[in-house]
Every structure is written in structure tokens, then in C-alpha cells.
Write a protein that binds this ligand. Sequence first.
Ligand code: ZN
Length: 241
Amino acid sequence: MSQLLKTAGFILRAVPFQDDDLILTAFTAKLGKVALFARGARRAKSPFGPEIDLLSESEFIVFNAKNIRPLREATLRHYFPRLKANYDGLNAAMYGTRLLSQLVHEGQRDENNLRLFSRFLHALDQEDVPVALYELAYKLRLLDNFGVAPHLDGCVRCGKSGQQVWFSLGRGGLICPACHAPGDLALQAGLAQGLNALRTMAWDKLGRLHLSARDLAAGAELLEKFMVYHVRGNQAKKVVV
Ligand SMILES: [Zn+2]
């Protein structure tokens, strides 16, 4: 007899298997990122419903098998209907999910990132949500939790804080005017402070942070360049400075 285990979590991915089954990837409290086998999930009379939809937050009862754990029962906790009906929100959530899935290892329990992911989806499920602000805050914090975030506390070379108006992709962080070298990226005034606030402010206060659309777009572009340089590829690598 297999042992049953109950755990709450999120559906990150669903892949069709055989005629009418699904292999789910869930991110859960007790099992970390885990593969679940949902038998008959694609049948017209499926035993499962929205509780195993992509991004749903549910409580799962699984057989605690060695490899892919068969899912016996799931109970929906949050469906995030506003998020799923908002193209920008959904796009941000899916991008955030892929990034999480890329960074977190199979079977690794990770309370910090589970809490962060939950806060991100709940934030995106609000009315009139500033999607770009939450997306940038989530990405910075996720990378930070994995030790691969850009260095935003003072100059990455000499440590001096103050007016950081340059960013070194190679060194992975802010650069002061004294250390700046050709090839560094020029930042608009205030952007470095804005990014640092997104990374460090209490999550439930983020909605009060006023960053212009221009700042958010510039921050997203900078982080994208940083990730192409330091994080993309199969494995996240530590930023060497
Ligand atoms: Zn410096």
C-alpha cells in the first residue's frame, strides 16, 4: 500500500500523457517541485477540474510513490480568475512560472520561493494591478533568493554607495562614476534606487511605490539583459564579481 500525503501548492505545468492523462508539475510545500500523474484528467468526465489548471493553487492528496506520484484528489484554494482573464497579468505569471521552474530543483522544498510565488499570483489577481511593477519585483526577488540577482547595493567594484548611474553587465551590478569603464550601461537617474526598492521593500507595501512606466520599462530591459548574460542557459550560475 502506498502512503498518502497531503500538501498544498501550485500547478506550474501540464503535459498530455497517453490518451487521456496529464503529467503535472506542481510546486508544493512538502514535496517542493514535483511531478504528479493525473489519471483520466483529459477525459470528458474527468475526475479533476479547475483545481489542476495551470497556475491554480490547490491542496493535493498524492500517493507517495518514488517517481511520478499519482494524484488521488485535489481541492481548489485559489483559481486567480482576474489574473487568468488579464492578458498582461497572465503573460507575467507564465513568464514568472517558467523562470521559477528553471531555477528550482526537482524535490527541493523551498518555502521562501513558494511564498514569493504565492504573493506574486495573489498580487496579479487584484483589480487594476500594476503588472509591470509586480513582475519586476518578483523577478528581482526570485533571482535574489537563488543568489543570482544583480548587485544593487552600492558600486559592485568599490562598494561605495551614492549616485550609481552606470551598470556593468560583466560585473553584474551598479558601478560608480569613479569605477565606470567603457561598455558599461548608462542608467537614468533614480532607476537604481527604484530597482532596489522593488527588491527590498515589504511586499504588501509595493503597491504604494510610484515608479513611472519609463522606469519600469527601463528596469525590465536592464534585468532582461542581465539575465541573458548571467542566468539563461540551462543552469543558473553564480555571478562572479
Ligand atoms: Zn566604484
